[in-house]
Design a protein around this ligand. Structure first.
Ligand code: ADP
Length: 271
């Protein structure tokens, strides 16, 4: 697997990316970091989990290694492997090993997607041992001060085959995320897109109506990410109807009848 395709690394920037908190999640995260405890973020896609981690890493002055997990991601992708370089075999640390050595934050996005051997690796890191055994090199790394493991998962996507085992989830502090209440979501979308408050509030009202259809006509409600996309297009001059269709309707369904029903909701909100 090409590691660079799934891993992104950000330095602990001086100014933290914008994040509007919904409660005391920043305090809990800070306390977890101070005590070296791992944190699990639960919640639907596009509700601000990744932004939250980027914000907290910057606030805490920690480098962040983000890994987007997928069903082919194996422990070696996180730990590292021997690679051939100019005729020589050299060991190359994976993102988790780098974070453990450097005292950085490692964020495993959608951790249940990863292969089973990944959870085995996480166990000694998520209890008071705070160690990472690297079988291939015979090393047993002690996590440097400041190291923190953060993982996210979307309980809505769970099925019997892909669920986080109690033995794994009981190693993490857990924070529940959801779409923010309308006034906060409007603030987020205004800030992210630059669209005026009035039109943004209407988009957020529409998002609320679309989310109410989850489980009936729609598998997933519309994410804050998609509302930001719609607002960004409108702020740049795209007609409202076209922007909503592209950003808030088409991504939700392929069913023509359902789409027509959703467009009726748009008319109800925007006239
Ligand atoms: P997730 O990781 O939960 O899938 P993201 O963190 O990528 O979602 O959020 C998607 C987008 O929504 C972000 O890029 C940001 O524009 C916006 N967003 C959502 N919630 C917030 C928030 N509380 N503060 C700032 N931006 C937010």
């Amino acid at each position: 697997m090409d590691m660079d395709a799934t891993v992104s690394m950000e330095k602990g920037a001086a100014s933290a990316p914008f994040y509007l908190s919904q409660g005391d999640e920043c305090d809990v995260f800070e306390a977890a970091h101070r005590n070296g405890l791992p944190v699990l973020l639960k919640g639907p896609t596009g509700c601000g989990k990744t932004r939250f981690v980027a914000h907290m890493a910057a606030r805490l002055g920690r480098k962040l290694y983000t890994v987007a997990c997928h069903d082919d991601l194996a422990a070696a992708d996180l730990i590292g492997r021997y690679l051939l370089k100019g005729g020589e075999t050299v060991w190359v640390d994976g993102p988790l090993t780098r974070a453990v050595r450097e005292g950085a934050i490692c964020y495993l996005d959608e951790v249940v997607e990863a292969r089973k051997d990944v959870t085995v690796v996480l166990h000694p890191l998520t209890d008071d041992r705070r160690t990472l055994p690297i079988d291939r090199t015979g090393e047993e790394l002690m996590a440097a001060p400041g190291f923190m493991l953060v993982a996210s998962y979307n309980p809505g996507y769970q099925n019997i085959l892909k669920t986080l085992k109690p033995s794994t989830r009981q190693r993490f502090l857990s924070l529940e995320f959801d779409f923010p209440p309308a006034d906060l979501e409007t603030e987020v979308v205004c800030e992210e897109s630059g669209l005026d408050h009035g039109r943004t509030a209407s988009l957020v009202r529409l998002a609320g109506k679309l989310r109410a259809l989850k489980g009936q006509d729609l598998e997933e409600g519309v994410s804050t990410r998609l509302v930001v996309y719609a607002a960004t297009l409108i702020a740049q001059g795209m007609p409202v109807g076209r922007a909503i269709e592209a950003a808030m309707i088409e991504p939700l369904t392929d069913d023509e009848d359902v789409k027509r029903g959703l467009l009726d909701l748009v008319t109800a909100v925007f006239g």
